[in-house]
Design a protein around this ligand. Sequence first.
Ligand code: T46
Length: 141
Amino acid sequence: MPSPLDNVRILEFPKVSDPRGNLSFIEEAVHVPFAIKRVFYIYDVPGGASRGGHAHRHNRQVLICLSGSMDLHLTDGRQERVITLNRANTGVLIPPGVWDSMHNFSSGTTLLVVCSEYYDEADYIRDYSEYLEYMARTCPT
Ligand code: T46
């Protein structure tokens, strides 16, 4: 059975450059493959802090590092993928069922996250053992 990790995508957003700087934009169902219900952002991350450490049951999301840099660790419980995010016109599409965590935030990093669902704590799997059981049930080898 295909893993949700296979459906992780790097997305490139339009970039309009002129002598005043750059402008990028994201239109729902055009530049991200879903209707946008929620946007949140992470900033002022203290040195050495990590975030994430969970998977979603339904929510799809795109992570965009607007400034600074961070390492995104993704796993399906079997294989791991690490993606460094450091460009404001590049995003990573994370499908449901992928366990993600974020590390090595540089000072001044701002991470924008565009989501397909409203916030719902019941959509999260935050316990790694529970995640492995969930994957064994929903995505057996
Ligand atoms: C993810 C990574 C990239 C809300 O009330 N509304 C929201 O929309 C969000 C995202 C969070 N919250 C509350 C829930 C917690 O009490 O904010 C608190 C911190 O959330 P959390 O510990 O989940 O934050 P991160 O940075 O570990 O994870 C977040 C997202 O929750 C998650 O979907 O993939 O960023």
